[in-house]
Design a protein around this ligand. Structure first.
Ligand SMILES: [Fe+2]
Ligand SMILES: [Fe+2]
Length: 340
């Protein structure tokens, strides 16, 4: 266990009761837990460890945001009386994300056992979904027509959340975690990335499968809303993932991510993040969006206006770490994937 200190991160990760701890571990620790105690801080320079701790605690908060998002989606789909198989799969996603919070948080605390100090390094923000709250539930005393209209609105809302969090977020996080595992020179960092990667593969396929189920149940208006959400989400991910690196900057550059020659505790450069982002959009995400019936090229063209419009809102996001939609991206300021 990490040395307890006064930081938010240490408090969230602290043990509670024996029985609760046992239930939690039974549910969460599906694989051998990384040996955080084996990490030797003396083997790495202090600044490198502090920088890595910042990455990992930011990642932990993004994962915490995923718990928040997937539980909200479960809630909405339950109110929409969606097929039970969707709820079962989502229940697994929620426990997986709790595991990721713990893995990333423990890694951060292990890498910088000096603790949060002034409290800023290990400060933990309240999760906030990058989209508005779900629409009103049908309730019990409404006529059939109202109930159908409200269930449709809930399915539309859940589709937009799943598109953003799973089809884009989780699909992007797979190659990024793969790269993190490759560049990491420390077994603890590598073990964390590898464990999370296995789950994120499943989460991405959940997203595509779930939309295949939900899409036929949406009307033209909800499908158009999903298409518009796609443009907003692409803008949001580009902003939070690429750290200002544009597609022009990395065009015609071959992606080469190999084992790092320098000590690396699981961090990538902006260029590496950007190249993975654009390559994954082209090779995997756009074809799957097309197969679903969405128009990724239109969304890509429209995302520019969205990005500018969102920036102009000035919602204070520059003070924050990236929002949860960018699970793997943790070191730039201003991440709100500002959906309307
Ligand atoms: Fe995750
Ligand atoms: Fe995930």
């Amino acid at each position: 266990m990490p040395t307890p200190d006064e930081s938010d991160a240490a408090r969230l990760l602290a043990p509670t009761t024996r029985a609760l701890g046992a239930m939690h571990r039974h549910q969460i620790r599906r694989e051998p837990w990384p040996d955080f105690d084996a990490f030797d801080p003396g083997a790495y320079p202090r600044e490198l460890r502090r920088h890595a701790a910042w990455h990992w605690v930011s990642r932990a908060q993004a994962e915490h945001g995923s718990v928040h998002q997937f539980s909200a989606v479960t809630h909405a789909l339950c109110e929409a009386r969606a097929p039970v198989e969707l709820l079962g799969a989502l229940a697994r996603l929620i426990t997986d994300e709790v595991r990721h919070v713990e893995l990333c948080g423990q890694a951060a605390l292990a890498f910088f056992p000096e603790g949060g100090g002034d409290g800023r390094l290990f400060a933990w923000r309240t999760p906030r979904a990058p989209w508005p709250d779900a629409p009103e539930p049908p309730g019990r005393d409404v006529d059939a027509e109202t109930r159908e209209a409200r269930e449709l609105a809930l399915r539309g809302w859940a589709s937009r959340a799943i598109l953003t969090a799973c089809c884009l977020g989780e699909t992007l996080s797979k190659p990024m975690l793969d790269a993190l595992a490759v560049v990491a020179t420390d077994p603890v960092a590598r073990a964390c990335a590898e464990q999370i990667l296995k789950d994120e593969r499943f989460h991405a396929s959940f997203g595509w499968e779930a939309l295949e189920v939900l899409w036929p149940t949406l009307d033209a208006g909800e499908r158009e809303a999903l298409q518009r959400q796609l443009a907003r989400s692409l803008a949001g991910f580009e902003r939070t993932t690429c750290g200002g690196v544009t597609i022009e900057d990395v065009a015609n550059t071959a992606i080469e991510i190999g084992p790092s020659e320098e000590p690396n505790l699981g961090t990538l450069t902006n260029e590496q993040f950007a190249m993975i982002f654009f390559a994954t959009l082209e090779a995997e995400i756009f074809p799957k969006l097309r197969a679903l019936g969405l128009d990724p090229e239109r969304a890509w063209r429209e995302r520019g206006a969205r990005a500018k419009g969102d920036g102009a809102k000035g919602d204070g996001a520059e003070d924050h770490r990236p929002e949860a939609a960018a699970e793997t991206r943790a070191d730039t300021a201003g991440g709100a994937d500002a959906a309307e």
